[in-house]
Ligand binder design. Sequence first.
Ligand SMILES: *Cc1c(COP(=O)(O)O)cnc(C)c1O
Length: 367
Amino acid sequence: MTHPFLDLPPLGAARFAAIEDRVARLLGTAHDVVITQGEALLPLEGAIRGTAGPGTVALNVITGPYGQTFGDWLRDCGATVHDLAVPFDEAVTAERVREAFAEHPEIGFVSLVHAEAATGNTNPVAEIGEVVKAHGALFYLDAVASVGAEPVLPDAWGVDLCVIGAQKALGGPAGVSAVSVSERAWARMAANPAAPRRSYLSLLDWKERWIDGGRRVLPHAPAQLEMLGLEACLERLEEAGPRKVMARHASAAAATRAGALALGGGLEPYVRAARDAAPVATTLRAPAGLDASELVARALATDPALPLAAGGGALAKEMIRVNHYGPAATRGVVRGALAALGTALAEKGRAIDPEGARRAAEDAWTA
Ligand SMILES: *Cc1c(COP(=O)(O)O)cnc(C)c1O
């Protein structure tokens, strides 16, 4: 008996390299791309442990929970870390980064999250990249949540280490991820005695055993199903046209934001300025006196398939997330999410305007 997931022919080196090339095309990068065989935390941690050590002075920008994690890893590596934290309902500005360099000119490493699905904000990476480049620091970017939803251009932005995953806007599997690595970043790793080697976290292993050998022999058995899933979602994106797909994400975010405001009942966008709001997910602030988790549970009771979630951890009471991941970035899903949230608010006795919300969402989508 054949099964669609089982008894597949082996995924060879040529196919693996071709998928890497496809990721490189998507990112418009001439840097090496390594497809890491695990969830995005693998290259995120591997890239930090590979490049940071006791001599590193890092500027770690915190605009959400991932930035906090990166700071912990950097400290664990022995780096001196200057945290630049901004409230989770804003984005960082290039000016704040410029000020940090003025205060600590010895900064040689900058870590930044592009878009945060957990908080719904997105940071101006191109402008920040100019500042980082002017100071010659190594630039590390978490683009897991932004890739596929908005442009991610590591080479144009001077990003040395750009990490992506398949499970957000690409609508792919969570068990595979990738990182683009500049020559400078490879050199930093090669010179770092603390860089992981012969380790699952080692990017250098991939360089020495895979890239430097001309990508002819895989160092170990690939995560075949995940690789096929990644290939399929890249193919789907190429066929639909990345610009169109990104426009669809931007429309979904704008429509959700406008619709939530028009719905009323005290619902508000969590990210204060529209320009700071990420196309990958729209976060909303629950009305005062109402619990976000409870509203989400009630909304999901009307349609369990909606991409709604309460905020994680400390944000669970106040934040509602409407995800626009890949196939969920449609008019129908936005409409459904607004209708379900409207029902939940009405059940709580809030005065709402579902028809106004529907119209505002439609207008914002078309704009
Ligand atoms: C989603 C996401 C990741 C990947 O982590 P998971 O929570 O396991 O999906 C990494 N970084 C950012 C900014 C993300 O939004």
